[in-house]
Design a protein around this ligand. Structure first.
Ligand code: SF4
Length: 213
């Protein structure tokens, strides 16, 4: 069945009409929190980020911070040793290569140590309000469940979504899919009965490799 992208987006956007706020945090905090969020639940990321930024709120302070202390502050985020090393490297690179200012282009962001497609997209969206499709676990899961993409990795999902999702939705898609994924299309026990996308959804209709067994 051909997917009705406009209908799918209309339903998903109902979960969050607001465009993401760009004034809530500094670009540095958005970038570092996105690194902390890798393979970590939202609540644990928020806690670790709050602890870290209460002591080291910018690139200058974090670049100089003792590694052990950084590890201790972000321990709740998982993979904390790797992440501590990574966020210190990023802070140093921002200081040395960008005068302490987080760049607003994806190309420049991806020149920072360990910053890939997802982190750069999330940063331009949430720190600078620039359109990009930020593919986190929710966007990857939901896009494959519905069947608008058929991919294994988030980077592949982003490339496919870039082709089929009109640009006017890019800024909101992550924000609204995250809400949809937390409230209805949950990782476990999705609430199919509350979902307006049943007819569009391969997972619900038991089609495709992402379908339920
Ligand atoms: S029908 Fe179920 S699996 Fe499909 S999008 Fe809705 S909640 Fe998710």
């Amino acid at each position: 069945m051909k997917k009705d992208i406009a209908l799918i987006m209309r339903e998903i956007l109902k979960y969050s009409n607001d465009l993401p706020s760009v004034s809530h945090n500094t670009p540095f905090k958005v970038l570092i929190a996105t690194v902390l969020s890798q393979r970590t639940k939202d609540a644990a990321t928020e806690k670790a980020a709050a602890k870290l930024f209460s002591k080291y709120p910018n690139a200058k302070s974090l670049a100089k911070a003792p590694t052990r202390e950084v590890q201790k502050l972000i321990k709740g985020a998982g993979f904390y040793k790797t992440k501590a090393a990574r966020i210190k490297e990023i802070s140093k690179a921002i200081l040395e290569q960008f005068n302490g200012k987080v760049p607003d282009s994806r190309k420049q962001l991806m020149s920072l140590p360990g910053v890939g497609s997802k982190t750069s997209a999330c940063t331009v969206v949430y720190a600078f309000g620039k359109p990009a499709i930020c593919v986190d676990v929710h966007v990857h899961r939901i896009s494959n469940r519905i069947g608008i993409v058929d991919t294994k990795k988030p980077d592949e999902t982003e490339a496919e979504l870039n082709k089929i999702i009109p640009k006017k939705y890019w800024l909101s898609i992550n924000h609204s899919m995250v809400r949809f994924g937390q409230e209805t299309c949950r990782p476990r026990n999705p609430k199919h009965q509350e979902c307006a996308l049943q007819k569009q959804c391969d997972f619900f209709n038991r089609k495709g490799k992402w379908a339920q067994s």
